[in-house]
Each structure stands twice: as C-alpha cells, then as structure tokens.
Design a protein around this ligand. Sequence first.
Ligand SMILES: [Fe+2]
Ligand SMILES: [Fe+2]
Length: 299
Amino acid sequence: MNFLRSSKINVEILSDTGIKLAHFSDLHLAGKRDSRGLARFETLLNAIIDSGCSHIVITGDLFNSNDPDDWAVVKEVLQSKGLYSWDKATLIPGNHDLINLEEEMRVYNALNPDPRTRKKRLRQKMHEFCSVFRELITGDDTVTGFPYIKVLQYGDVTVSFVAVNTVFPWNNADNPLGARGNVSRGELRALFDPLVDKALRDSFVIGVFHHAYRIYGTDVLLDQAFDWTMELKNRDELLQTMQRLNAQVLLHGHFHRFQTYTAAGIKVVNGGSFSYNPRRYSEIVINSDRNFEQRFVDI
Ligand SMILES: [Fe+2]
Ligand SMILES: [Fe+2]
C-alpha cells in the first residue's frame, strides 16, 4: 500500500495558544429528520464552543443508517456552528455509518456472494464518507482514505491526530453483527512510513479510532459472547503501532460507556455515547509543557 497515494499528512500553523479539545462519540441519530437528536447535537456544540475549545473529535456512529444524505446534515450543523474546517474538527466513521446489516444479510441469504463483494461495498461506502467529509480529512477538495494524519500547531505546541479506520466488512461467521473491528495490515504498515515519524516528531500525538480497545472482559459467558461481537480483533497490533508513534492519548467510541483507562501506559478515553447522554463530552486540556488533563464535562 502506498501511503502517499491512499492517505494524507497535513500540517497547519494556528495562532491560538490555548489547546482545549472536546471529544464525543456515537451520536446514533435516527436520520436527517431526527429533529430532537439534531437539536441536542446543536446544544452540545454550543456548550463546547462556549468553553473555548480549539478542536472537536467525533469518533463515529453518527447515524443508525449508512445513508450519505443523512451525513450531509451533520456537515450542515458543523458548518452553521463555524466548526466545519480541517483545523476545527476531526471526524471518523463507525460501523453503523458504513455497514447496513439488513442489506448485508439480505444479499447474503439471496446470493451468498463472494466475500470480496462485501469488501468492495465497504470500500465504496468509506469512499463516499471520505468524499462527503473531505474538507475535514484533507483540508481541501481532494478525497483520500485512512489512515490520515493532521498536525496542528498551537503556539509552541504541536498536536497531531492519527486517524485509523477500524470498521471491517460484515461476515456471517466472523462479524455477524457487523460490530467487530479490525485494522487492515495496509493501514498499520502505512503508519510505519518514515514520513509519519518525521511528521509526528516532537508532537503531542493523539490516536483516533472507532472501536474500543477494551470492552467488558468479565468471566460470564454471556458477556464474553457479547464482547466477541464488539471487539477490536487486532487491538494489540493497533496499540503497539500507537506506542511506536509515541501516542499520549487514544480516543474511541463504539462501546457506549463514558470511561477512561490505561493501556501500555497510554491514556485511553472512551467518548461514551451521545445517544445515551447528549449532555456529556470529554475535554482534554494540553499544557505548554505537554502535560494534559482529561475530564468529562456535563453541560
Ligand atoms: Fe455505537
Ligand atoms: Fe460502533
């Protein structure tokens, strides 16, 4: 996989000196006519703007559908709040944005097609997503895929986002609910490109992906079955990659809990679920000495 062909590294110098980030996840809006959900979304954004936040991160599952017409509404709301720009917002898709479970099962039951067609459908949907939100991904009119990297400079501190896709195709045996995650080998390899090291040097690195590194993990069999349907299959490979990139924080969603934990010395923040609590988000403040504080804010 040619990293430069499939992805993009952008660098932008910003004049701001305060670095306050807001992260939330899993909006699960019912569609473009979900006026209640969209009103709540606007309320949350207003509070985030009022807090003096420099950048927002949304870690996927915007809608319960995978319809690009719906995605446009999120774009419009962000635009109306002055947040729809590469330096103000980072956004990635979740499994609900890219996989239509009913459609996958219908096609499978009717045709039992070759798994390559499922991969192709997911690739096409990903391309549509990256096309709709291209300004947030590339900062211009070009469309690229994952992984993508943003390097933002605030005064003397550089903050970098390394966004990775963890959604992989529906499969009756290996991914029956479409909710298991996997990062492709190509994406992981791309992050080993020397250009990535160069771009991230001396930066405060934040990894961004949808699926949870850690889910329940109890001894109860029913929980374990549930865990299996939601888990990020090659989570340790992703974690090792993020360690290698000196990531200081990892942001994800998918498992609908507001929680933080540590993995291999890296702070992990689960942005929880807007659909469960639309009045809570995670705030990270990065200081000039590169230390940071995280807290959940209730508006
Ligand atoms: Fe979700
Ligand atoms: Fe999800």
